[in-house]
Design a protein around this ligand. Structure first.
Ligand SMILES: [Zn+2]
Length: 346
């Protein structure tokens, strides 16, 4: 082999090794995150059922949905993660008996949303929709329990590697001089990787979200004029940030988290142009690097429009824009092509 040839081979092998090491590391983080998400949400939901804060059937339905969503994320991960890689033998046996379907359908049926969106619904159901700080506090309590320590080389904690929490939570409502609706909550799409996000957002547009929200998200991507919600829809969002640990004798070295009020991103302004955002948009034009539909506002406004049909009925759009069916056709094709790259049985 010539020196030139050897010189060409070596970097590519090294690059491949680095890539495989990164895949291995990310897989280990997802295994840990999935394990802790299942254990803590199972404990949380079981205790709510025990103390009659959540109906037994409802609690089991949430748990089934969480398992389905997490197992699906493991299935489409590369390298693949099986339920047995996440659960110890005892827990796997217990969950298999209680939720046999969850161990089957993740290979053939798409979950409708990521696991954290399901957890949000549980929290809102037991906390009520009026006390926003209480909802946030409950989410922070759960996040603190679902901590996957991110370690420095010296072994000290420098952050949280938990990959299944949403970084943004938002709520919205309709309010005019005559009436005010409930608050409706949403979270940003919580999974690691653009490929996974794309699958969840396409699935949300095709089946999960309110049709007008799906239309707005697709129109934003097609550079067409968005829908117009009736005036007086208000939306507020909060970004969860880590307070890095103070390395003092009394500190546990575990980062704490807080929610900070955040203005809408440029994508949200495009998707929902006449929503009143709190706080108002900032005067900057930094483009959002995330996909349309990734933001918490989409889930929250979808819930508002689904529950308040009289608000939904007042949504307007320009008749010259492409139809929802045309736009969804492209989404379905992309979703199909993405799923074909995974062991999911399309
Ligand atoms: Zn946004």
């Amino acid at each position: 082999m010539s020196a030139q040839h050897r010189g060409w081979v070596r970097p590519s092998v090294k690059k491949m090794e680095m890539f495989m090491a990164l895949e291995k590391k990310n897989r280990a983080i997802l295994v840990k995150s999935s394990k802790i998400f299942i254990e803590k949400s199972l404990h949380f939901i079981s205790s709510l059922m025990k103390y009659k804060k959540l109906a037994s059937q409802q609690g089991q339905s949430y748990m089934q949905e969480i398992l389905h969503s997490i197992f699906f994320l493991g299935l489409i991960n590369r390298p693949r993660i099986n339920p047995e890689d996440v659960l110890n033998e005892e827990l796997a046996l217990k969950l298999r008996q209680k939720f046999p379907d969850a161990f089957q359908i993740y290979r053939t049926k798409l979950p409708s949303r990521p696991p954290y969106s399901i957890l949000l619904d549980v929290v809102v159901e037991i906390t009520g929709d009026q006390d926003v700080p209480a909802v946030q506090k409950k989410l922070l309590d759960l996040n603190a329990k679902m901590h996957v320590p991110k370690l420095r080389e010296d072994g000290t904690v420098c952050g949280n590697d938990f990959t299944l929490a949403s970084t943004v939570v938002s709520y919205c409502y309709f309010s005019d001089s005559q009436q005010k609706t409930k608050n409706y909550f949403g979270v940003s799409v919580a999974c690691k990787g653009g490929f996974q996000r794309s699958i969840f957002i396409d699935q949300a547009c095709i089946t999960t979200w309110n049709r007008n929200v799906a239309f707005a998200v697709c129109l934003a991507d097609s550079e067409s004029k968005s829908i117009q919600l009736p005036k007086s829809v208000f939306s507020a969002a909060f970004h969860m940030l880590n307070n890095l640990p103070q390395r003092t004798a009394s500190n546990s070295n575990t980062p704490t988290q807080r929610y900070y009020s955040k203005p809408p991103c440029l994508k949200c302004l495009k998707i929902f142009p006449n929503v009143v955002f709190l706080p108002p948009p900032e005067n900057n034009d930094t483009p959002a690097y995330w996909m349309s539909g990734n933001c918490a506002e989409c889930e929250a406004i979808s819930k508002l429009l689904n529950a308040e049909s009289w608000v939904n009925d007042r949504v307007e759009f320009d008749p010259t824009v492409p139809t929802l069916e045309e736009l969804l056709h492209e989404r379905k094709e992309r979703l199909y092509q993405n799923l074909r790259k995974t062991p999911f049985e399309v």
